[in-house]
Design a protein around this ligand. Structure first.
Ligand SMILES: [Zn+2]
Ligand SMILES: [Zn+2]
Length: 289
């Protein structure tokens, strides 16, 4: 199996440790111990200084001042790494023979995906993950922040899923990325619409129409919802529509690289997948399970 979603830096402050080939070697060791043969390093785009400056203010159109302030403060507290240095280190690890890919977790920036594509151009990425992390200025998965948490009580769950799905549809249609990361992240708190089928249908349709793969991620197991992304009914829809899948941990430190591999395998088996997608230079290929 593969782990196509790993981060070097935890959240809750600026990127604190320099990226090094040694750190990547540690990630590869942890992956191998869990039966995973290749990992992609997919740091968030906004954690790099240049892109953060170029995309800052994407929250300005949101009418909710508290949410705008929260996201602005979060944004500037989380950034500061150097993108060229990051790329250099991952490429050095590849040259040294480590089974790592150069990736990036790219967020959805409503109405700004052309600008995002410009920021990514010229780098030899192997795989780009696309994620929806904010609905307007609401970073809905920054759980534990009082402003973010309060908003979960202010909105109807159907409106949350609708806003999230609209972002995912726009992201997919932009075709800037290769893989939809944690496709049903909107379930993170465990709250869901009584009948989520219409949103599942839209998510699966967006993925199929875009040609993107979807990620099967163990990250949800570590969140309040307590289950992998995507939920089985959504994974089944992906399978029926021929959407390829990757596997991922979304680790933010070495200890969770390639974790819960058996659970992800069981999910894939029960949805009928016999292969997963691998990438090189943003070209997809099949890997038999
Ligand atoms: Zn993410
Ligand atoms: Zn991530």
């Amino acid at each position: 199996m593969l782990d196509y979603h790993t981060h070097l830096w935890p959240h809750g402050g600026p990127p604190s440790i320099d990226a090094t080939v040694e750190a990547l070697a540690g990630y590869c060791e942890q992956a191998a111990a869990n039966g995973v043969t290749e990992i992609a390093i997919t740091e968030h785009l906004y954690r790099f200084r240049g892109p953060a400056e170029a995309l800052a203010g994407h929250w300005d159109d949101d009418p909710h001042p508290q949410l705008r302030d929260q996201l602005r403060d979060y944004w500037w507290s989380e950034t500061g790494a150097d993108l060229d240095r990051f790329v250099e280190v991952v490429l050095a690890a590849k040259s040294a023979g480590l089974p790592v890919l150069l990736g990036m977790e790219v967020d959805h920036y409503a109405g700004r995906m052309d600008r995002v594509a410009d920021l990514l151009r010229g780098y030899p990425f192997d795989v780009l993950l696309g994620s929806v992390h904010w609905i307007g200025a609401w970073g809905f998965d920054i759980l534990g922040d009082p402003v973010v948490d309060a908003e979960w009580d202010n909105r109807a769950i159907e409106a949350v899923w609708d806003g999230y799905t609209r972002g995912l549809e726009e992201l997919a249609a932009s075709r800037v990325c290769d893989v939809l990361a944690h496709p049903d992240l909107c379930k993170i708190t465990g709250r869901r619409p009584a009948v989520p089928d219409e949103w599942y249908d839209r998510m699966a349709e967006a993925a199929a129409a875009s040609g993107m793969a979807a990620e099967v991620s163990s990250a949800g197991i570590r969140k309040p919802v307590g289950e992998a992304y995507p939920a089985p009914p959504l994974l089944t829809r992906f399978r029926r529509r021929g959407v390829p899948v990757t596997t991922a941990s979304d680790a933010h430190d070495r200890s969770t690289v390639a974790d819960h591999r058996p659970e992800l395998r069981a999910l894939l088996d029960s949805a009928g997948y016999t292969s997963i997608a691998g990438y090189r230079s943003r070209q997809r290929y099949d890997v038999a399970l």
